[in-house]
Unconditional design. Sequence first.
Length: 201
Amino acid sequence: MLLPVRFSIGIQMMRSFLALAPIVTVALVSSLSLSARPGYAFDQAQLDQLRSTRQCVKCNLSGADLTGADLTGAKLTGASLSSAKLGDANLTGADLTGADLTGAELTGSKLRQAFLTRANLTDADLTRADLTRAELMSADLTGARLTGTKLSSAKLGDANLTGADLTGADLTRADLTRADLSGADLTGTRLTGADLTGARR
């Protein structure tokens, strides 16, 4: 007498599974569609445009590999470069005003006299980068790695450097007026002639 009962339960479970199958399939397809959207990765056409013209305003270059690229004087205002690889890249005089460089890798990059006003550099790695005379007014450098970075005569007024690692950085004659240095590591940092008027620690 137990067999019919078990058989009946098995049929009910199978029916339940078949009823759910279309729902699961739709969910999987939707998930794959979302992950494949262009907005979740860099645009190859725009990357090619940048390489050939050095101009790509508001482009989507998130995660792009630009290691060692020569982008001298490039115009990248408002561009998305989050998690981009820019190690040893030459961005001297580049315009990155309002650009998103969250988590970008900029180790050893050249950013002398670059324009980074209001740029988002949260958690970016700028270890040993050269930002001499760069403009970083109101830039967000929260948690950024600036170990051994050259920032002499850089303009960092109103910049957010909360929790940034500035170990051994050169901030000689830098403008840090009203900058937020809360929790920043300034071990061995050179601050000779720096303007710290209104800066927060």
